[in-house]
Ligand binder design. Structure first.
Ligand code: C2E
Ligand code: CA
Ligand code: CA
Length: 490
Protein backbone atom coordinates (compact mmCIF):
# COMPACT_ATOMS: atom_id res chain seq x y z
CA UNK A 1 0.00 0.00 0.00
CA UNK A 2 2.88 2.40 0.77
CA UNK A 3 4.21 1.80 -2.74
CA UNK A 4 0.87 2.89 -4.17
CA UNK A 5 0.86 6.04 -2.05
CA UNK A 6 4.40 6.92 -3.16
CA UNK A 7 3.38 6.42 -6.72
CA UNK A 8 0.41 8.73 -6.24
CA UNK A 9 2.60 11.33 -4.55
CA UNK A 10 5.15 11.15 -7.39
CA UNK A 11 2.34 11.48 -9.89
CA UNK A 12 0.96 14.60 -8.24
CA UNK A 13 4.45 16.20 -8.02
CA UNK A 14 5.22 15.55 -11.63
CA UNK A 15 1.79 16.58 -12.86
CA UNK A 16 2.94 20.20 -13.35
CA UNK A 17 5.45 19.34 -16.05
CA UNK A 18 3.56 16.74 -18.03
CA UNK A 19 0.79 17.37 -20.49
CA UNK A 20 -2.91 17.04 -19.45
CA UNK A 21 -3.76 13.83 -21.42
CA UNK A 22 -0.62 12.15 -20.09
CA UNK A 23 -1.57 13.33 -16.58
CA UNK A 24 -5.07 11.78 -16.82
CA UNK A 25 -3.84 8.54 -18.31
CA UNK A 26 -1.38 8.09 -15.42
CA UNK A 27 -2.85 9.75 -12.30
CA UNK A 28 -6.46 8.46 -12.40
CA UNK A 29 -5.53 4.77 -12.35
CA UNK A 30 -3.01 5.53 -9.63
CA UNK A 31 -5.63 7.23 -7.44
CA UNK A 32 -7.99 4.35 -8.09
CA UNK A 33 -5.29 1.90 -7.02
CA UNK A 34 -4.73 3.88 -3.80
CA UNK A 35 -8.42 3.91 -2.96
CA UNK A 36 -8.71 0.19 -3.72
CA UNK A 37 -5.68 -0.56 -1.56
CA UNK A 38 -7.11 1.46 1.31
CA UNK A 39 -10.48 -0.28 1.06
CA UNK A 40 -8.81 -3.71 0.85
CA UNK A 41 -6.64 -2.92 3.85
CA UNK A 42 -9.67 -1.69 5.81
CA UNK A 43 -11.62 -4.86 5.02
CA UNK A 44 -8.70 -7.07 5.96
CA UNK A 45 -8.22 -5.15 9.20
CA UNK A 46 -11.89 -5.35 10.16
CA UNK A 47 -11.92 -9.09 9.32
CA UNK A 48 -8.93 -9.57 11.58
CA UNK A 49 -10.71 -7.67 14.35
CA UNK A 50 -13.84 -9.72 13.79
CA UNK A 51 -11.85 -12.95 13.95
CA UNK A 52 -10.16 -11.80 17.14
CA UNK A 53 -13.51 -11.03 18.73
CA UNK A 54 -14.67 -14.62 18.22
CA UNK A 55 -11.39 -16.40 19.01
CA UNK A 56 -9.91 -17.40 22.34
CA UNK A 57 -6.33 -16.15 22.22
CA UNK A 58 -4.89 -18.83 24.53
CA UNK A 59 -6.13 -21.95 22.74
CA UNK A 60 -7.05 -20.57 19.32
CA UNK A 61 -10.52 -22.09 19.72
CA UNK A 62 -13.67 -20.10 18.97
CA UNK A 63 -14.98 -18.38 22.11
CA UNK A 64 -18.35 -17.91 23.83
CA UNK A 65 -19.36 -15.10 21.44
CA UNK A 66 -18.67 -17.42 18.50
CA UNK A 67 -20.91 -20.07 20.03
CA UNK A 68 -23.82 -17.61 20.25
CA UNK A 69 -23.23 -16.51 16.62
CA UNK A 70 -23.01 -20.12 15.35
CA UNK A 71 -26.12 -21.05 17.24
CA UNK A 72 -28.09 -18.08 15.85
CA UNK A 73 -26.98 -18.99 12.32
CA UNK A 74 -27.79 -22.70 12.62
CA UNK A 75 -30.79 -22.89 14.93
CA UNK A 76 -33.43 -22.17 12.28
CA UNK A 77 -31.99 -24.68 9.81
CA UNK A 78 -31.57 -27.73 12.05
CA UNK A 79 -34.10 -29.95 13.76
CA UNK A 80 -31.97 -30.87 16.75
CA UNK A 81 -29.32 -28.91 18.63
CA UNK A 82 -27.28 -30.00 21.61
CA UNK A 83 -24.60 -28.35 23.65
CA UNK A 84 -22.19 -29.77 26.20
CA UNK A 85 -20.48 -27.68 28.84
CA UNK A 86 -17.24 -29.16 30.09
CA UNK A 87 -15.33 -28.16 33.19
CA UNK A 88 -11.89 -29.60 34.00
CA UNK A 89 -12.02 -31.21 37.45
CA UNK A 90 -8.45 -30.90 38.59
CA UNK A 91 -7.45 -27.65 36.93
CA UNK A 92 -7.43 -25.52 40.09
CA UNK A 93 -4.91 -27.90 41.61
CA UNK A 94 -2.66 -27.65 38.56
CA UNK A 95 -2.67 -23.86 38.82
CA UNK A 96 -2.05 -23.98 42.58
CA UNK A 97 0.74 -26.54 42.38
CA UNK A 98 2.60 -25.53 39.25
CA UNK A 99 1.64 -21.91 38.59
CA UNK A 100 -0.21 -20.18 35.77
CA UNK A 101 2.26 -20.86 32.97
CA UNK A 102 1.79 -24.63 33.36
CA UNK A 103 -1.94 -23.95 33.84
CA UNK A 104 -2.06 -22.21 30.44
CA UNK A 105 -0.19 -25.06 28.77
CA UNK A 106 -2.57 -27.55 30.38
CA UNK A 107 -5.52 -25.65 28.91
CA UNK A 108 -3.93 -25.78 25.44
CA UNK A 109 -3.27 -29.51 25.73
CA UNK A 110 -6.84 -30.10 26.95
CA UNK A 111 -8.20 -28.00 24.07
CA UNK A 112 -6.23 -30.17 21.62
CA UNK A 113 -7.53 -33.40 23.17
CA UNK A 114 -11.16 -32.25 23.06
CA UNK A 115 -10.79 -30.90 19.50
CA UNK A 116 -9.19 -34.14 18.33
CA UNK A 117 -12.06 -36.24 19.68
CA UNK A 118 -14.69 -33.91 18.15
CA UNK A 119 -12.85 -33.35 14.88
CA UNK A 120 -15.26 -33.15 11.96
CA UNK A 121 -18.21 -34.09 14.15
CA UNK A 122 -18.87 -31.15 16.47
CA UNK A 123 -17.49 -27.68 17.11
CA UNK A 124 -15.42 -26.98 20.22
CA UNK A 125 -15.26 -23.62 22.05
CA UNK A 126 -13.42 -22.30 25.07
CA UNK A 127 -15.82 -20.30 27.20
CA UNK A 128 -13.22 -19.00 29.67
CA UNK A 129 -11.17 -20.36 32.59
CA UNK A 130 -11.22 -24.15 32.42
CA UNK A 131 -14.65 -24.25 30.74
CA UNK A 132 -15.16 -25.57 27.25
CA UNK A 133 -18.30 -26.16 25.19
CA UNK A 134 -19.08 -28.57 22.38
CA UNK A 135 -21.94 -27.80 19.98
CA UNK A 136 -23.59 -30.31 17.69
CA UNK A 137 -26.57 -29.87 15.38
CA UNK A 138 -28.47 -32.07 12.98
CA UNK A 139 -30.29 -35.42 13.18
CA UNK A 140 -29.68 -37.28 16.46
CA UNK A 141 -27.33 -34.50 17.54
CA UNK A 142 -27.98 -35.20 21.23
CA UNK A 143 -27.06 -38.89 21.02
CA UNK A 144 -23.96 -38.21 18.95
CA UNK A 145 -22.84 -35.44 21.29
CA UNK A 146 -23.27 -37.69 24.32
CA UNK A 147 -21.06 -40.30 22.63
CA UNK A 148 -18.34 -37.70 22.04
CA UNK A 149 -18.60 -36.46 25.62
CA UNK A 150 -18.22 -39.97 27.02
CA UNK A 151 -15.04 -40.34 25.01
CA UNK A 152 -13.77 -37.00 26.35
CA UNK A 153 -14.51 -38.00 29.97
CA UNK A 154 -12.77 -41.33 29.41
CA UNK A 155 -9.74 -39.73 27.83
CA UNK A 156 -9.38 -36.97 30.42
CA UNK A 157 -9.70 -39.49 33.26
CA UNK A 158 -6.28 -40.74 32.13
CA UNK A 159 -3.16 -38.68 32.88
CA UNK A 160 -2.42 -35.88 30.42
CA UNK A 161 1.12 -35.09 29.35
CA UNK A 162 2.04 -31.42 29.74
CA UNK A 163 5.70 -31.11 28.79
CA UNK A 164 7.58 -33.42 31.15
CA UNK A 165 4.67 -33.70 33.62
CA UNK A 166 1.84 -36.21 33.72
CA UNK A 167 -1.20 -34.47 35.17
CA UNK A 168 -4.55 -35.94 36.18
CA UNK A 169 -7.39 -33.63 35.25
CA UNK A 170 -10.78 -35.27 34.68
CA UNK A 171 -13.81 -33.59 33.17
CA UNK A 172 -17.35 -32.97 34.42
CA UNK A 173 -19.83 -32.43 31.63
CA UNK A 174 -23.39 -31.11 31.51
CA UNK A 175 -25.52 -31.60 28.41
CA UNK A 176 -28.64 -29.81 27.19
CA UNK A 177 -30.64 -30.25 24.00
CA UNK A 178 -33.37 -28.47 22.14
CA UNK A 179 -35.24 -28.52 18.84
CA UNK A 180 -35.82 -25.77 16.32
CA UNK A 181 -39.53 -25.84 17.26
CA UNK A 182 -38.75 -25.08 20.92
CA UNK A 183 -36.96 -21.85 20.02
CA UNK A 184 -34.72 -22.07 23.05
CA UNK A 185 -32.03 -19.39 22.80
CA UNK A 186 -28.35 -20.16 23.20
CA UNK A 187 -28.05 -18.38 26.60
CA UNK A 188 -30.79 -20.63 28.02
CA UNK A 189 -29.29 -23.77 26.48
CA UNK A 190 -25.90 -22.91 27.96
CA UNK A 191 -27.49 -22.19 31.35
CA UNK A 192 -29.15 -25.62 31.32
CA UNK A 193 -25.87 -27.29 30.37
CA UNK A 194 -24.20 -25.39 33.23
CA UNK A 195 -26.80 -26.59 35.75
CA UNK A 196 -26.30 -30.17 34.48
CA UNK A 197 -22.52 -29.77 34.71
CA UNK A 198 -22.85 -28.86 38.41
CA UNK A 199 -24.97 -31.98 38.87
CA UNK A 200 -22.03 -33.95 37.40
CA UNK A 201 -19.68 -32.28 39.88
CA UNK A 202 -21.97 -33.01 42.80
CA UNK A 203 -22.45 -36.58 41.62
CA UNK A 204 -18.73 -37.26 42.00
CA UNK A 205 -17.14 -35.60 38.92
CA UNK A 206 -15.73 -37.26 35.79
CA UNK A 207 -19.16 -37.90 34.27
CA UNK A 208 -21.81 -36.58 31.86
CA UNK A 209 -25.28 -35.49 33.02
CA UNK A 210 -28.24 -34.37 30.91
CA UNK A 211 -30.18 -31.34 32.08
CA UNK A 212 -33.54 -32.12 33.66
CA UNK A 213 -36.19 -29.61 34.72
CA UNK A 214 -36.10 -31.21 38.17
CA UNK A 215 -32.70 -29.59 38.63
CA UNK A 216 -34.36 -26.20 38.35
CA UNK A 217 -37.03 -27.22 40.86
CA UNK A 218 -34.45 -28.36 43.38
CA UNK A 219 -32.51 -25.15 42.76
CA UNK A 220 -35.65 -23.22 43.66
CA UNK A 221 -36.02 -25.24 46.89
CA UNK A 222 -32.37 -24.60 47.69
CA UNK A 223 -32.89 -20.88 47.14
CA UNK A 224 -35.90 -20.90 49.49
CA UNK A 225 -34.02 -22.81 52.16
CA UNK A 226 -31.10 -20.44 51.82
CA UNK A 227 -33.41 -17.52 52.63
CA UNK A 228 -34.86 -19.40 55.60
CA UNK A 229 -31.36 -20.14 56.86
CA UNK A 230 -30.46 -16.47 56.65
CA UNK A 231 -33.42 -15.47 58.77
CA UNK A 232 -32.78 -18.39 61.16
CA UNK A 233 -29.27 -17.06 61.68
CA UNK A 234 -30.52 -13.50 62.18
CA UNK A 235 -33.23 -14.67 64.62
CA UNK A 236 -30.94 -16.95 66.63
CA UNK A 237 -32.91 -20.13 65.84
CA UNK A 238 -29.91 -22.50 65.80
CA UNK A 239 -29.10 -24.42 68.95
CA UNK A 240 -26.49 -27.02 69.81
CA UNK A 241 -26.73 -30.52 71.19
CA UNK A 242 -23.80 -32.59 72.39
CA UNK A 243 -23.19 -36.30 71.90
CA UNK A 244 -20.74 -37.85 74.36
CA UNK A 245 -17.75 -40.04 73.39
CA UNK A 246 -17.02 -42.80 75.89
CA UNK A 247 -13.52 -43.97 76.71
CA UNK A 248 -13.24 -47.72 76.11
CA UNK A 249 -11.09 -48.34 79.19
CA UNK A 250 -12.69 -46.13 81.84
CA UNK A 251 -16.26 -46.05 80.40
CA UNK A 252 -16.26 -42.33 81.25
CA UNK A 253 -17.16 -39.45 78.97
CA UNK A 254 -13.91 -38.09 77.52
CA UNK A 255 -15.31 -35.83 74.82
CA UNK A 256 -18.51 -34.42 73.35
CA UNK A 257 -19.31 -33.68 69.73
CA UNK A 258 -21.26 -30.47 69.10
CA UNK A 259 -24.11 -31.09 66.64
CA UNK A 260 -26.19 -28.23 65.32
CA UNK A 261 -29.99 -28.30 65.64
CA UNK A 262 -32.55 -26.15 63.86
CA UNK A 263 -35.88 -26.09 65.67
CA UNK A 264 -38.09 -24.10 63.26
CA UNK A 265 -40.64 -21.56 64.49
CA UNK A 266 -43.43 -23.85 63.18
CA UNK A 267 -42.33 -26.63 65.55
CA UNK A 268 -40.59 -28.80 62.93
CA UNK A 269 -36.91 -29.80 62.83
CA UNK A 270 -34.73 -29.81 59.74
CA UNK A 271 -31.80 -32.23 59.93
CA UNK A 272 -28.27 -30.83 59.54
CA UNK A 273 -27.69 -33.30 56.70
CA UNK A 274 -30.35 -31.33 54.79
CA UNK A 275 -29.44 -27.74 55.58
CA UNK A 276 -25.65 -27.88 55.99
CA UNK A 277 -25.06 -28.62 52.25
CA UNK A 278 -27.28 -25.63 51.36
CA UNK A 279 -25.37 -23.39 53.76
CA UNK A 280 -22.12 -24.71 52.29
CA UNK A 281 -23.14 -23.82 48.78
CA UNK A 282 -24.19 -20.27 49.64
CA UNK A 283 -21.26 -19.59 51.94
CA UNK A 284 -23.62 -19.14 54.90
CA UNK A 285 -21.76 -21.98 56.58
CA UNK A 286 -19.04 -19.49 57.49
CA UNK A 287 -21.13 -17.39 59.94
CA UNK A 288 -23.07 -20.51 61.05
CA UNK A 289 -19.82 -22.40 61.70
CA UNK A 290 -18.41 -19.51 63.75
CA UNK A 291 -21.61 -19.36 65.78
CA UNK A 292 -21.31 -23.11 66.50
CA UNK A 293 -17.68 -22.76 67.52
CA UNK A 294 -18.24 -19.79 69.83
CA UNK A 295 -21.35 -21.31 71.46
CA UNK A 296 -19.70 -24.73 71.91
CA UNK A 297 -16.54 -23.22 73.45
CA UNK A 298 -18.67 -21.28 75.94
CA UNK A 299 -20.88 -24.29 76.79
CA UNK A 300 -17.93 -26.64 77.28
CA UNK A 301 -15.79 -24.25 79.37
CA UNK A 302 -16.77 -25.83 82.69
CA UNK A 303 -17.05 -29.46 81.58
CA UNK A 304 -14.14 -30.76 83.66
CA UNK A 305 -11.48 -30.72 81.01
CA UNK A 306 -13.18 -33.06 78.53
CA UNK A 307 -12.48 -32.59 74.83
CA UNK A 308 -14.86 -30.65 72.59
CA UNK A 309 -15.30 -31.82 68.99
CA UNK A 310 -16.69 -29.40 66.42
CA UNK A 311 -17.50 -30.27 62.80
CA UNK A 312 -15.84 -28.16 60.15
CA UNK A 313 -17.14 -27.88 56.60
CA UNK A 314 -14.98 -27.89 53.51
CA UNK A 315 -16.10 -24.34 52.74
CA UNK A 316 -14.94 -23.17 56.18
CA UNK A 317 -11.53 -24.73 55.70
CA UNK A 318 -11.24 -23.13 52.27
CA UNK A 319 -11.88 -19.72 53.82
CA UNK A 320 -8.41 -18.20 54.40
CA UNK A 321 -9.87 -16.06 57.22
CA UNK A 322 -10.91 -19.12 59.22
CA UNK A 323 -7.71 -19.73 61.24
CA UNK A 324 -7.70 -16.08 62.35
CA UNK A 325 -11.37 -16.24 63.33
CA UNK A 326 -10.75 -19.46 65.25
CA UNK A 327 -7.88 -17.80 67.12
CA UNK A 328 -10.16 -14.88 68.02
CA UNK A 329 -12.88 -17.21 69.34
CA UNK A 330 -10.38 -19.12 71.48
CA UNK A 331 -9.13 -15.87 72.92
CA UNK A 332 -12.56 -14.35 73.51
CA UNK A 333 -14.00 -17.45 75.18
CA UNK A 334 -10.84 -18.44 77.04
CA UNK A 335 -11.30 -22.05 75.86
CA UNK A 336 -8.06 -24.06 76.02
CA UNK A 337 -7.04 -24.94 72.42
CA UNK A 338 -5.72 -28.32 73.61
CA UNK A 339 -9.30 -29.25 74.53
CA UNK A 340 -10.63 -28.53 71.05
CA UNK A 341 -10.66 -30.91 68.11
CA UNK A 342 -12.00 -30.08 64.68
CA UNK A 343 -13.65 -32.84 62.65
CA UNK A 344 -13.11 -32.63 58.93
CA UNK A 345 -14.03 -35.03 56.15
CA UNK A 346 -11.90 -36.21 53.30
CA UNK A 347 -13.72 -33.95 50.82
CA UNK A 348 -12.41 -30.92 52.74
CA UNK A 349 -8.93 -31.95 51.69
CA UNK A 350 -9.36 -33.56 48.31
CA UNK A 351 -10.70 -30.49 46.53
CA UNK A 352 -8.16 -27.97 47.69
CA UNK A 353 -5.31 -29.71 49.53
CA UNK A 354 -2.85 -26.84 49.29
CA UNK A 355 -5.07 -24.24 50.99
CA UNK A 356 -6.36 -26.86 53.44
CA UNK A 357 -2.85 -27.92 54.42
CA UNK A 358 -1.86 -24.31 55.02
CA UNK A 359 -4.89 -23.62 57.23
CA UNK A 360 -4.50 -26.89 59.12
CA UNK A 361 -0.92 -26.14 59.99
CA UNK A 362 -1.89 -22.72 61.44
CA UNK A 363 -4.73 -24.36 63.39
CA UNK A 364 -2.39 -27.05 64.75
CA UNK A 365 0.03 -24.39 65.89
CA UNK A 366 -2.69 -23.10 68.21
CA UNK A 367 -2.69 -26.56 69.82
CA UNK A 368 -6.03 -27.64 68.29
CA UNK A 369 -6.31 -31.28 67.08
CA UNK A 370 -7.59 -32.41 63.69
CA UNK A 371 -9.84 -35.44 63.36
CA UNK A 372 -10.71 -37.26 60.15
CA UNK A 373 -14.48 -37.81 60.29
CA UNK A 374 -16.58 -40.44 58.47
CA UNK A 375 -13.57 -42.65 57.74
CA UNK A 376 -14.54 -45.61 55.57
CA UNK A 377 -17.03 -43.73 53.38
CA UNK A 378 -14.49 -42.29 50.95
CA UNK A 379 -11.21 -43.29 49.40
CA UNK A 380 -8.71 -42.05 51.99
CA UNK A 381 -5.47 -43.89 51.33
CA UNK A 382 -2.50 -44.48 53.58
CA UNK A 383 -0.57 -41.81 51.66
CA UNK A 384 -3.42 -39.42 52.35
CA UNK A 385 -3.37 -40.20 56.07
CA UNK A 386 0.38 -39.71 56.19
CA UNK A 387 0.24 -36.41 54.35
CA UNK A 388 -2.33 -34.83 56.65
CA UNK A 389 -1.31 -36.45 59.98
CA UNK A 390 -4.63 -36.51 61.83
CA UNK A 391 -4.67 -36.78 65.56
CA UNK A 392 -7.68 -39.07 65.38
CA UNK A 393 -9.76 -41.16 62.99
CA UNK A 394 -13.51 -41.59 63.36
CA UNK A 395 -14.72 -44.81 61.84
CA UNK A 396 -18.03 -44.20 60.13
CA UNK A 397 -21.29 -45.74 61.32
CA UNK A 398 -21.77 -47.56 58.01
CA UNK A 399 -18.46 -49.40 58.43
CA UNK A 400 -19.23 -50.25 62.07
CA UNK A 401 -22.65 -51.69 61.25
CA UNK A 402 -21.41 -53.60 58.18
CA UNK A 403 -18.45 -54.98 60.09
CA UNK A 404 -20.92 -56.86 62.26
CA UNK A 405 -22.47 -58.44 59.17
CA UNK A 406 -19.77 -59.31 56.65
CA UNK A 407 -16.16 -60.41 56.86
CA UNK A 408 -14.90 -57.99 54.18
CA UNK A 409 -16.10 -54.90 56.09
CA UNK A 410 -14.80 -56.37 59.32
CA UNK A 411 -11.37 -56.88 57.77
CA UNK A 412 -11.43 -53.31 56.45
CA UNK A 413 -12.36 -51.91 59.84
CA UNK A 414 -9.62 -53.92 61.54
CA UNK A 415 -6.97 -52.87 59.03
CA UNK A 416 -8.05 -49.19 59.35
CA UNK A 417 -7.55 -49.41 63.10
CA UNK A 418 -4.16 -51.08 62.64
CA UNK A 419 -3.05 -48.36 60.22
CA UNK A 420 -4.29 -45.61 62.55
CA UNK A 421 -2.42 -47.15 65.46
CA UNK A 422 0.76 -47.46 63.42
CA UNK A 423 0.47 -43.77 62.60
CA UNK A 424 -0.12 -42.88 66.26
CA UNK A 425 -3.69 -41.74 65.69
CA UNK A 426 -6.47 -42.37 68.19
CA UNK A 427 -9.60 -44.13 66.91
CA UNK A 428 -13.27 -43.49 67.66
CA UNK A 429 -16.02 -45.83 66.45
CA UNK A 430 -19.12 -43.86 65.47
CA UNK A 431 -22.76 -44.89 65.42
CA UNK A 432 -22.40 -47.79 67.83
CA UNK A 433 -25.96 -48.91 68.51
CA UNK A 434 -25.67 -52.40 70.02
CA UNK A 435 -23.70 -54.21 72.72
CA UNK A 436 -22.28 -56.55 70.04
CA UNK A 437 -20.94 -53.64 68.02
CA UNK A 438 -19.41 -52.12 71.17
CA UNK A 439 -17.66 -55.39 72.01
CA UNK A 440 -16.42 -55.77 68.46
CA UNK A 441 -14.90 -52.25 68.23
CA UNK A 442 -13.36 -52.60 71.71
CA UNK A 443 -11.75 -55.89 70.72
CA UNK A 444 -10.54 -54.30 67.50
CA UNK A 445 -8.64 -51.67 69.51
CA UNK A 446 -10.79 -48.53 69.33
CA UNK A 447 -10.10 -45.92 72.00
CA UNK A 448 -13.52 -44.30 72.16
CA UNK A 449 -17.10 -45.20 71.37
CA UNK A 450 -19.80 -42.80 70.24
CA UNK A 451 -23.32 -43.96 69.50
CA UNK A 452 -26.87 -44.37 70.58
CA UNK A 453 -25.96 -47.40 72.66
CA UNK A 454 -24.67 -44.83 75.15
CA UNK A 455 -26.14 -41.47 74.27
CA UNK A 456 -27.94 -39.54 71.61
CA UNK A 457 -27.04 -35.87 71.34
CA UNK A 458 -28.52 -33.81 74.20
CA UNK A 459 -28.79 -30.17 75.27
CA UNK A 460 -25.79 -28.61 77.04
CA UNK A 461 -27.63 -28.46 80.37
CA UNK A 462 -27.76 -32.28 80.57
CA UNK A 463 -24.08 -33.01 80.02
CA UNK A 464 -22.65 -32.19 83.53
CA UNK A 465 -24.68 -34.92 85.29
CA UNK A 466 -22.86 -37.64 83.31
CA UNK A 467 -19.31 -36.38 83.77
CA UNK A 468 -16.67 -37.95 86.02
CA UNK A 469 -18.30 -41.33 86.48
CA UNK A 470 -18.41 -44.54 84.50
CA UNK A 471 -21.44 -44.73 82.25
CA UNK A 472 -24.05 -47.36 82.88
CA UNK A 473 -25.71 -48.15 79.55
CA UNK A 474 -29.16 -48.77 81.06
CA UNK A 475 -29.26 -45.27 82.60
CA UNK A 476 -28.46 -43.57 79.31
CA UNK A 477 -31.61 -44.78 77.54
CA UNK A 478 -33.41 -41.90 79.34
CA UNK A 479 -31.23 -39.36 77.54
CA UNK A 480 -31.90 -41.09 74.24
CA UNK A 481 -35.66 -40.94 74.85
CA UNK A 482 -35.52 -37.19 75.50
CA UNK A 483 -34.04 -36.45 72.11
CA UNK A 484 -36.47 -38.73 70.30
CA UNK A 485 -39.32 -36.79 71.90
CA UNK A 486 -37.88 -33.56 70.50
CA UNK A 487 -38.42 -34.97 67.05
CA UNK A 488 -34.74 -35.12 66.21
CA UNK A 489 -34.07 -36.84 62.91
CA UNK A 490 -31.14 -39.29 63.09
P1 C2E B 1 -21.48 -36.48 61.73
O1 C2E B 1 -20.43 -35.47 61.98
O2 C2E B 1 -21.02 -37.80 61.22
O3 C2E B 1 -22.27 -36.65 63.07
C1 C2E B 1 -22.78 -37.85 63.53
C2 C2E B 1 -24.20 -38.01 63.14
O4 C2E B 1 -24.63 -39.34 63.43
C3 C2E B 1 -25.11 -37.10 63.96
O5 C2E B 1 -26.24 -36.80 63.16
C4 C2E B 1 -25.52 -38.03 65.11
O6 C2E B 1 -26.72 -37.62 65.72
C5 C2E B 1 -25.67 -39.32 64.35
N1 C2E B 1 -25.48 -40.46 65.23
C6 C2E B 1 -24.67 -40.57 66.29
N2 C2E B 1 -24.73 -41.80 66.84
C7 C2E B 1 -25.59 -42.51 66.09
C8 C2E B 1 -26.08 -43.87 66.13
O7 C2E B 1 -25.72 -44.66 66.97
N3 C2E B 1 -26.96 -44.23 65.16
C9 C2E B 1 -27.37 -43.37 64.21
N4 C2E B 1 -28.23 -43.83 63.30
N5 C2E B 1 -26.93 -42.10 64.12
C10 C2E B 1 -26.05 -41.67 65.06
P2 C2E B 1 -26.74 -35.33 62.99
O8 C2E B 1 -26.65 -34.60 64.26
O9 C2E B 1 -28.05 -35.40 62.29
O10 C2E B 1 -25.67 -34.69 62.04
C11 C2E B 1 -25.53 -35.13 60.73
C12 C2E B 1 -24.33 -34.51 60.10
O11 C2E B 1 -24.52 -33.11 59.94
C13 C2E B 1 -23.08 -34.65 60.91
O12 C2E B 1 -22.56 -35.93 60.70
C14 C2E B 1 -22.23 -33.55 60.35
O13 C2E B 1 -21.65 -33.95 59.14
C15 C2E B 1 -23.26 -32.49 60.05
N6 C2E B 1 -23.26 -31.52 61.16
C16 C2E B 1 -23.93 -31.54 62.33
N7 C2E B 1 -23.64 -30.44 63.04
C17 C2E B 1 -22.75 -29.72 62.31
C18 C2E B 1 -22.08 -28.47 62.51
O14 C2E B 1 -22.18 -27.79 63.55
N8 C2E B 1 -21.25 -28.04 61.51
C19 C2E B 1 -21.08 -28.77 60.38
N9 C2E B 1 -20.26 -28.29 59.45
N10 C2E B 1 -21.69 -29.94 60.16
C20 C2E B 1 -22.52 -30.41 61.12
CA1 CA C 1 -18.62 -35.43 63.04
CA1 CA D 1 -19.10 -38.78 61.38
Amino acid sequence: MFAALLLAYAASRSSAVVSTPVFFSFAIPTYAAVVAALVWHGIRHSRQLEKLSITDTLTGLPNRHALHLDYARICRKEQELAVALLDLDGFMLVNDHYGHAVGDRTLRVSADIISEICQGEARVYRLGGDEFAVFKSGPVAATLLEGLCRRIVERLAKPVRVEERRLTLGASIGLARTTAAQQLGSPELLRQADVAMYASKRGGKARCTWFSHQFDASREQTREMDEELRSALANGEFTLHYQPLIDCDSSKIVAVEALIRWPRPDGTFTAPDTFIPVAEESGLINPIGLLVLRRACLDALDWNGITLSVNLSAAQLRNPEFPIQLGQILEETGFAPERLELEITETCLVHDPVVAERSLSVIRNFGVSIVLDDFGTGYASIGFLRRFRFEKLKIDRSLVSQAGQDDGSRAMMLSSITVARAMKMAVTAEGVETEEQAQMVRAAGCDQIQGWLYFKAMPASEIPQYLDRPIDIAATTVAAAIETKEGKVA
